[in-house]
Write a protein that binds this ligand. Structure first.
Ligand code: GLN
Length: 252
C-alpha cells in the first residue's frame, strides 16, 4: 500500500532524507513494517519532489522501477540538496497500471501530493466527483488510477485558494461517503508546511526545534528515535519545522 514521506528542515541531500535512514523509504520499499491493507513490498515505482534553492516550485522525478534498482536516482539523490522533500514508493493496487505517471508525487505549481491507500469501487465510486471537474483536468490526468483522480479533486480546490487543511479533510469525508472503507492517507506540501491525513493507514510525525528545526511526516518512522508520534486514525497533521498540530477528521 505504498509508503510516503515529507521532510522540512535545514538543507540535506535527497539521499540523506530518503535513502540513508535505517528505515527510510529505500528500506520501506523492500521491507515495510506496517502495510495493513495488503501488499508486501513497494516495487511498482517511486518518485521524489524537492524545492531547489530560491525556487517556490518543486522539481520532480518519477519512475516505474523499484527504488532499489535505480542507480541513476541514487547518484542524483547524493548530489541534490533541499530543505523540503517529498518522496513515495508505490505498490500498485490491483487493476491499476504500473507506469511512471502513476507514481507520486503529483505536482502543480508549488504543490507536491501523494496518496497512500485505495479508493474502494474505483473508478465507478469516483465517477460522480470526477464529473464535476473541468474536462481539461480529466483529459490531462497523470494516469488512470484512484490516486491521480484524488489529486485532481484536491488540486481543483487548492486552485481556489482554500485552506489545504480543509481541502484534505473535506476530500477524505466526501470520498468516504462515495467509497466507504477507503484508505485515504493524503500527503501535501508547499515546501514550507506539510499537511497529511491518517485515514485507515499508518502515519507518524516527528518534529523538533534543534538546529533550525525539522519536521518529518512518514508512513513509517525512519529511525528509532523516541520522539515519533503515531498519528491516530482519522486525524490530520499540520507540520512545520519545530512544531506540529493534530486535528480530528470528521466524516461518515
Ligand atoms: N491505489 C494507489 C495506486 O495504485 C495507491 C497505491 C498504494 O497506496 N498502495 O497507485
Amino acid at each position: 500500500m505504498c509508503r510516503h514521506l515529507a521532510h522540512l528542515g535545514p538543507p540535506r541531500t535527497l539521499a540523506e532524507v530518503l535513502l540513508e535512514p535505517p528505515h527510510g523509504l529505500l528500506r520501506q520499499s523492500y521491507a515495510p513494517a506496517d502495510m495493513r491493507g495488503g501488499g508486501t513490498i513497494n516495487a511498482d515505482g517511486f518518485g521524489a519532489g524537492w524545492y531547489p534553492a530560491d525556487s517556490a516550485e518543486p522539481a520532480r522525478i518519477r519512475s516505474a522501477r523499484p527504488l532499489w534498482a535505480d542507480t541513476s536516482f541514487a547518484a542524483l539523490a547524493a548530489a541534490t540538496r533541499s530543505g523540503a522533500v517529498l518522496g513515495a514508493v508505490r505498490s500498485a493496487t490491483v487493476g491499476m497500471p504500473v507506469v511512471e505517471t502513476a507514481a507520486a508525487p503529483f505536482t502543480d505549481g508549488r504543490w507536491l501530493f501523494s496518496h497512500n491507500g485505495v479508493v474502494r469501487g474505483w473508478p465507478g465510486s469516483l465517477a460522480g466527483a470526477a464529473a464535476r471537474l473541468p474536462v481539461t483536468d480529466l483529459l490531462t490526468l497523470d494516469a488512470p488510477t484512484d490516486s491521480a483522480i484524488l489529486w485532481a479533486l484536491v488540486r481543483a480546490r487548492l486552485r481556489t485558494g482554500e485552506d489545504p487543511a480543509d481541502v484534505l479533510a473535506d476530500t477524505c469525508a466526501s470520498v468516504e461517503r462515495d467509497a466507504p472503507d477507503s484508505r485515504l492517507n493524503l500527503l501535501l506540501t508547499d515546501g514550507a508546511t506539510i499537511w497529511a491525513t491518517a485515514w485507515r493507514h499508518a502515519l507518524a510525525v516527528r518534529t523538533h526545534d534543534r538546529d533550525g528545526g525539522e519536521a518529518t511526516v512518514a508512513s513509517e518512522p525512519t529511525h528509532e528515535f523516541p520522539d515519533w508520534t503515531q498519528v491516530p486514525d482519522r486525524y490530520l497533521v499540520v507540520a512545520r519545522p519545530g512544531h506540529h498540530d493534530l486535528y480530528p477528521l470528521t466524516g461518515p
